[in-house]
Design a protein around this ligand. Structure first.
Ligand code: DGT
Ligand code: MG
Length: 371
């Protein structure tokens, strides 16, 4: 969501909020317009229209070329009245007044700024906005605001973690964790997932799954990895969440529900990744390291395939796949399991292909899941 606009001033695809530059943006495409509308609805907690615009953006993404005429737009699926009206206006006039109004709206700009901090969600951002706060310096100077550990780290490393992570940096992070895992046990397995598994060149974080060869043996893995990273002096932040996974619980139909496997949200110090001074540096000096956001999840081996499918994303692909399972197959799918409501049983899977087979779908390669 950070990458919609080209900032005229710093020529960055990412935003440059630390500088509080005036909102001089060029809207890039219809897809961008839909994403702005979706995000605005998300800030107002209106899930229905938010998802409708996300789905419409996803439909446009799946097309071989950009929609440039009303004729081409006519036969597209999944577009509601509101979406069509915005599309028509942009195709006719080259702009959308509704989108422009949102982009110049102070509340939208402030919520976007605040939610770009690691650990700050729409509710907190809204709360700060309602208190009259409009900038990072105002938040940080406000004595009545208590930042939790995650938010403190989010502000501290803001410059680094709002800069995109490259594939090479993701690989380097993978190697560090892999070495730590191998020193703990030879039979554990580390898998790169998230956007990088879908072939993306850049991401906002590095998502990794670590699991042991046998169910149950993964239990202490994450804590031991965290200890190892701490000893190496490269752990800048860690929030560990122990497993609350219950094998008898039915898969959740809500995509937004976080999964229950043990996981940790980290910020790691990645050496050798040069920070050239520019507009995005928080520190203001030249360094030979950068901070990188890393998510690690650790499912038991017999649930690995579901976690791999769930964490590979994209979010829209996961939403659509769950919807398909529920509406077309009477099955419940989430990051933990697949449940057949007709047979009233859990279906097992050791590979992602097993899950697609259960759903009666051909295997979809990760690079085809960029919905
Ligand atoms: P990125 O990092 O911006 O390049 O994009 P992704 O696709 O790697 O997205 P990310 O890192 O936020 O999450 C990776 C995948 O993990 C995502 O596609 C779906 C899954 N996931 C992340 N957070 C949640 C969550 O809260 N609930 C569920 N069900 N799945 C999640
Ligand atoms: Mg990711």
């Amino acid at each position: 969501a950070l990458q919609f606009f080209m900032c005229h001033i710093c020529c960055s695809r990412l935003r440059c909020p630390p500088l509080r530059l005036p909102p001089v943006f060029v809207l890039l495409s219809l897809q961008d317009a839909f994403e702005v509308l979706a995000e605005n609805y998300e800030f107002s907690e209106m899930e229905g229209p938010c998802l409708a615009f996300r789905r419409a953006a996803s439909v446009l993404k799946s097309l071989p070329s950009a929609v440039e005429s009303l004729r081409a737009a006519q036969d597209l699926p999944c577009l509601g009245e509101h979406t069509k009206a915005v599309m028509e206006e942009i195709l006719r006039c080259g702009r959308s007044f509704e989108v422009e109004k949102i982009l110049s709206d102070e509340r939208f700009q402030t919520l976007k700024l605040f939610t770009s901090v690691f650990g700050v969600g729409p509710k907190t951002a809204e709360k700060w906005h309602r208190r009259g706060l409009r900038s990072f310096s105002e938040v940080l100077a406000e004595p009545s605001i208590h930042l939790n550990r995650m938010q403190q780290s989010g502000f501290l490393h803001y410059g680094d973690i709002s800069r995109a992570v490259s594939k090479a940096e993701a690989r380097a992070v993978g190697n560090i964790i892999d070495e730590a895992v191998r020193a703990i046990t030879p039979d554990a397995m580390l898998t790169l997932t998230g956007g990088f598994r879908r072939g993306k060149e850049f991401g906002h974080d590095v998502d990794l799954i670590v699991t042991a060869a046998e169910p149950g043996r993964e239990q202490n893995l994450l804590s031991e990895i965290i200890d190892s990273l701490k000893k190496q002096g490269i752990l800048l932040f860690c929030e560990y969440q122990a497993s609350t996974f219950d094998t008898t619980k039915l898969p959740s139909h809500r995509f937004e529900a976080m999964d229950h496997f043990a996981k940790c949200f980290l910020i790691l110090r990645l050496e050798g990744s040069r920070v050239d001074e520019g507009l995005h540096s928080a520190e203001g000096d030249s360094r030979n390291w950068r901070a990188v956001r890393v998510d690690l999840v650790s499912p038991p081996a017999d649930h690995f395939a579901f976690t791999l499918l769930g964490w590979t994303g994209s979010r829209q692909f996961e939403r659509d796949l769950r919807r398909f399972a529920r509406l077309e197959r009477r099955m419940l799918l989430d990051n933990h399991a697949l449940f057949d409501k007709t047979k009233k049983e859990f279906l097992t899977a050791t590979t992602e292909k097993d899950i697609f087979d259960h759903l009666g779908l051909e295997y979809i390669e990760p690079w085809q899941r960029n919905a």
